[in-house]
Write a protein that binds this ligand. Structure first.
Ligand code: NG6
Ligand code: CA
Length: 520
């Protein structure tokens, strides 16, 4: 047998062995996806940065499998979350991008396509979405009416329970929504929302219209807009994207968001302690506006951005403690920690986050971050924690969050995935559980301008200026500084072909979303 054939045969045997071993994995009683927001590869002590102590994440990293080449599906939020929950690349859909706060639901509802949470329900799990949503709410021509039962909402997608923020902390409406209803809403003070920049509600405090003295009087020192998007309604001393009036009794306090979400998670875990649970926990941290609770202020050496990182770590600790107290034993609990996109320092507020990052590169050793196609945009902290089943260590397997749906389907023994669902997801369970070092060989990376790069093993094909292409060898050049496209024209050609082929697969591109997404 030729050496290369022997190698391939060996690889085949190894892979099939790992696949066979996943047959014998126990079915976890609790599956938790802990999703941080805008947290970079190097933002926590679990991945090297010692300036923002994250003891809970460090424990997870010491006891779990730490991935070094795991990716979100996009370098911005909505597409990443869409891909994670549907197993389909968000960039296949027209109009997919960062959604406004009054966008219609972009996810398929039950009966349209099988989503990850709906699959978990069918597999016998009680499911919950807690925290940042940012996938739209309601359907039809009109934006959601915040004063009624909002439908469709996470429930119609497959979550039995939900306690969410509609979009982001910097977008109105600044209220929590529990199972489709705004929490603490006074019917006599209805919520109205409008995203037209020139629109004004009577008596609405709008930062863009204020004098310097008025701004100083009503804004928190870290609540001041740095751009023309974040200078609309002022709520809780922070100016926002979008206009909102009413709902005074329902408004969140930014410095308490983490605690409110933690409480909702603890409630869900306690109340369902006798069932298998699937918790999709989406921290608001470390997205802007960064407004840590006073007890976390100054707890990092990275200023306000590091302090909210410490706050996020506390949420992880709270969730883990609640699981243990509710009787979910470590060997019954699979927890996956990751983030939705890469890091950003200045993102709309003059909040004192140090521009030079206090000597800290949040994506190190990679370059770029949120919004970019560089590795820093999508290469995420990613830890699989399942003591006594998944052995501690590191894995360099190339995996994507889009793979979670088919991998978890495999884990919970669900094989009935309809043809039109989870089409871009690959079963990576052997790699996720450390039974195989083998991940994907190729992965498209997406940014917010709907550009695509392509990872092929340690190579990366990247669109350059004027329709040109760049090629980087990440094994020797992780920061993507040296374009080797001129030296490797054949490889560049074949990777361009491969990227085009991936675009055409699985339903192609430019597909219509189930709901209309508008900004007004
Ligand atoms: C951008 C906002 C940014 C942030 C981001 C969403 C501007 C100029 N920038 O449009 O501040 O809110 O949207 O972040 O408005 S994400 O993590 O949800 O994708
Ligand atoms: Ca994000």
């Amino acid at each position: 047998m030729q050496a290369s054939l022997r190698f391939l045969f060996g690889l085949f045997l190894l892979c099939s062995c790992a696949w066979a071993q996943t047959e014998h994995l126990p079915k976890p009683r609790a599956i938790v996806i802990f999703y941080a927001d805008d947290l970079g590869y190097n933002d926590t002590s679990a991945y090297g940065c010692s300036k923002a102590p994250c003891p809970h994440l460090e424990t997870l990293a010491q006891q779990g499998l730490v991935f070094t080449d795991a990716h979100s599906s996009s370098s911005v939020c909505t597409p990443s979350r869409y891909s994670l929950l549907t197993g389909t690349y968000a960039w296949r859909y027209r109009g997919m991008g960062i959604l406004p706060g009054n966008a219609r639901l972009v996810l398929p509802v039950k009966g349209e396509q099988l989503t990850l949470p709906a699959m978990m329900q069918l597999a016998g799990y009680r499911t919950a979405a807690i925290g940042k949503w940012h996938l739209g709410l309601g359907r039809g021509e009109e934006p959601p009416d915040w004063n009624r039962l909002i439908s469709p909402s996470p429930r119609e997608v497959g979550f039995d329970e939900s306690f969410i923020m509609a979009a982001t902390g910097d977008r109105v409406p600044c209220v929590f929504i529990q199972n489709g209803r705004v929490v603490n809403l006074d019917a006599a003070d209805p919520i109205l929302v409008n995203y037209e920049p020139s629109f004004r509600f009577p008596n609405e405090p709008v930062a863009a219209d204020m004098t310097e003295e008025q701004l100083a009087a009503c804004l928190k020192p870290w609540g001041r807009s740095a751009d023309k998007q974040h200078d609309k309604t002022v709520i809780n001393g922070i100016s926002r994207i979008g206009h909102m009036s009413g709902g005074k009794s329902a408004l969140w306090k930014d410095e308490e968001i983490a605690d409110r979400l933690n409480e909702a998670a603890v409630r869900f875990i306690r109340e369902n302690a006798d069932c298998p649970i699937f918790l999709y926990f989406c921290a608001n941290d470390i997205h802007v506006p960064r407004d840590p609770h006073p007890r976390w202020r100054g707890k990092s050496q990275l200023g306000i951005r590091g302090d909210v990182t410490v706050q996020m770590d506390n949420s992880l600790g709270v969730v883990r403690r609640a699981l243990a107290e509710a009787g979910y034993k470590p060997e019954e609990t699979l927890l996956i920690f990751t983030s939705d996109n890469g890091p950003v320092i200045a993102d709309g507020y003059l909040d004192g986050a140090p521009r030079d990052c206090a000597g800290h590169n949040p994506a190190a050793p990679y370059s770029g971050g949120k919004y970019t196609l560089r590795e820093g945009g999508t290469r995420m902290p990613f830890i699989v924690h399942w003591p006594s089943v998944v052995h501690p260590g590191k894995s360099a397997a190339l995996i994507s969050q889009v793979d979670l749906s088919r991998s978890l389907a495999r884990l919970v023994g669900f094989s009935d995935i309809p043809q039109d669902s989870m089409r871009d997801s690959q079963n990576m369970l052997p790699a996720l559980c450390g039974l195989s070092k083998q991940g994907r060989s190729e992965l498209p990376e997406h940014n917010h301008a709907v550009n695509l790069a392509l990872r092929f093993n340690h190579y990366k094909l990247m669109p350059g200026a004027g329709g040109s292409w760049q090629l980087f060898d990440l094994s020797t050049d992780p920061a993507e500084q040296h374009d080797i496209a001129p030296e490797q024209p054949e490889l560049v050609r074949s990777l361009i072909q491969r990227l085009n082929a991936i675009k055409q697969q699985n339903g192609g591109v430019n597909r219509p979303l189930p709901a209309t997404v508008t900004d007004t």
